[in-house]
Design a binder for this molecule. Structure first.
Ligand SMILES: *Cc1c(COP(=O)(O)O)cnc(C)c1O
Length: 223
């Protein structure tokens, strides 16, 4: 626990004020989450619906939960009552389902569109062209219970810092394109979620607003 508090402050206290730290707590127990909570952290991220639902029921209700994993449409209803933001939205089908379940819960759910920029084929997300096409179709404008707040991406898992930087810069440029084209007067479209434990220092140079840090706060995950 002592380590978690120390790790947490090392990162949290060094960030510029306009960057949101999201503590990624997947595979870590509730006591570890509480260690960061007690230091003032309120934004936490999880990538599996069942694990998240269980933790959310046991932990303080003022935690802002970010969903960051691949989300199946049939799982949306389980998190719709309480999720703060779904960062990993990668299809129009998923958007329709989130809109529907948000309406059932009389609320609006914030989402980020996940981009597939990395070279790995295993990563989820819209390619840039798929994202352009989805937005130009205009169907999302009818979805009154979702609020598109920005973009999320995961860089390639490589040691080449220049490649990571290129990928984050591609995402940052694309953000500007989408902002100008579709959201020029919408202050909610403002979030750029990129950077994890091993590459957030690069993301900080590439206009990130949300860094998603697991290992550097909680230690290695035991799967
Ligand atoms: C697990 C995960 C993270 C955190 O990764 P660390 O390397 O432990 O910081 C960030 N983003 C996503 C989408 C993840 O799945």
């Amino acid at each position: 626990m002592h380590d978690i508090k120390e790790n947490y402050h090392k990162i949290a206290d060094s960030l510029p004020p306009d960057v949101q730290l999201v503590a990624i707590s997947k595979y870590h127990p509730c006591q570890h989450i509480m260690a960061a909570y007690q230091e003032g952290q309120r934004h936490f991220g999880e990538s599996h619906q069942q694990e998240l639902t269980k933790k959310a029921s046991q932990l303080p209700s003022d935690i802002q939960w970010h969903f960051i994993g691949h989300l199946q449409t049939n799982k949306v209803k389980n998190i719709a009552p309480y999720i703060a933001i779904i960062e990993s939205v990668d299809s129009i089908r998923l958007m329709r389902e989130i809109d529907k379940q948000a309406a059932r819960n009389n609320r609006t759910i914030k989402i980020l569109l996940q981009l597939h920029i990395a070279q790995e084929t295993t990563k989820y997300g819209f390619t840039l062209d798929e994202c352009r096409q989805m937005l130009s179709s205009g169907e999302w404008r009818q979805m009154k219970h979702i609020q598109i707040c920005g973009l999320m991406t995961i860089a390639s898992n490589v040691s080449n810092q220049q490649q990571i930087q290129q990928e984050f810069n591609t995402a940052a440029q694309f953000f500007n394109e989408i902002k100008t084209t579709y959201f020029p007067n919408d202050p909610n479209f403002s979030q750029r979620s990129w950077g994890m434990s091993h590459d957030y220092h690069i993301a900080l140079q590439c206009q990130t607003t949300n860094i998603r840090i697991g290992t550097k706060i909680f230690g290695e995950r035991i799967y």
